[in-house]
Design a protein around this ligand. Structure first.
Ligand code: AVJ
Length: 311
């Protein structure tokens, strides 16, 4: 049994507001659900960011050329399907090496083998480990550019996002850059639709964390006794996902009984939204300076280039 997962689950479910880390969504099944979410019309972050990337890539090419950066190492944090890096690699001849950092295994290995086929001239590496901590990358002459697409940074508490960005500066070294996808604050309707899709894929994605506990931790969750909930908490600027118990019930996980009141929830995810200036502010407290921002039409998504301000 995966002891780390079990310990985290038990600690989370003993809290008065029960909570689980969204990083546990992404087993094989959950990664598949997430890929399906990305194909939904309602889930605007994926398609909007993807549509923005070719322009970003062209302008980055000009920027790197102007700054005589001719040997670049691109490092993707929390890499999953590696769809987003393709438009960058297509436009950026100065990228000699691509490193995918992630905690999960098989999904990423398949994706990186695919990528290696499409870009035979680029050295492609996969490094497993906790990408939220500083990671020792192999020393090279190259300028490192971090890439953290998808607004995954929104999963962190703002304070944790600052820690992550500071650690990423250590990982990437001096004279580095960071390219991030940031989902912006906008009207509630559009936000909530993206997390309550009409095909219920997001509900399956959310409930997969229960199914995963059943599979891996000898738990006995009845998925029909829980309901997917996603609401925008405007005050805190975040989408919250929960699983609400429809009845009073007792669930057993690896022999430990967990009680649920009727309507009690497990908080499974936060997805913070930022105004671009607000995010620049946050990044600057981690030692990154805003270099350039690309906004999607109507400002519904931002891609930001940050420069390591040193110190
Ligand atoms: C992968 C964290 C960016 O927060 O929008 C999608 C995950 N959760 N639908 C997000 C997610 C529900 C997604 N991130």
């Amino acid at each position: 049994m995966n002891q780390g997962f079990l310990q985290d689950v038990l600690a989370g479910l003993r809290l008065s507001q029960k909570a689980l880390s969204p990083k546990y969504f992404y087993d094989e099944q959950g990664s598949e659900y997430f890929d399906q979410i990305c194909q939904l019309e309602e889930y605007y972050p994926y398609r909007t960011e993807l549509a923005l990337l070719p322009d970003v890539a062209q302008e980055l090419n000009q920027f790197f050329t102007q700054h005589s950066l001719d040997n670049v190492q691109l490092v993707e944090f929390g890499a999953g399907s590696l769809h987003k890096v393709k438009p960058l690699l297509q436009e950026l001849p100065m990228v000699r090496e691509f490193v995918a950092l992630d905690i999960s295994g098989e999904h990423l290995k398949r994706a990186s083998a695919d990528l290696a086929q499409s870009f035979p001239q680029i050295e492609i590496k996969v490094a497993q480990g906790d990408f939220t901590k500083p990671i020792r990358l192999e020393l090279s002459e190259a300028t490192s550019i971090g890439f953290f697409p998808g607004s995954t940074i929104g999963n962190f508490e703002p304070k944790e996002a600052v820690d992550f960005l500071r650690n990423a500066r250590t990982t990437l070294g001096k004279d580095s850059y960071m390219l991030l996808g940031v989902d912006t604050k906008k009207d509630r309707q559009m936000l909530e639709r993206a997390y309550n899709d009409s095909k219920d894929i997001t509900a399956h994605f959310n409930k997969n964390i229960l199914a995963r506990m059943n599979r891996e931790l000898d738990a006995d969750f009845n998925l029909d006794q829980f309901r997917h909930v996603a609401v925008y908490n405007q005050k805190l600027g975040r989408i919250e996902m929960h699983l609400r118990s429809l009845v009073q019930q007792e669930v057993t996980i690896a022999g430990e009984a967990i009680l649920f009141d009727q309507d009690e929830t497990i908080h499974t995810e936060n997805s913070y939204k930022y105004h671009p200036e607000e995010f620049e502010q946050l990044a600057s407290s981690a030692g990154w300076q805003g270099e350039k921002t690309w906004l999607a039409p109507d400002g519904i998504f931002a891609i930001m280039l940050l420069r390591n301000a040193g110190g």
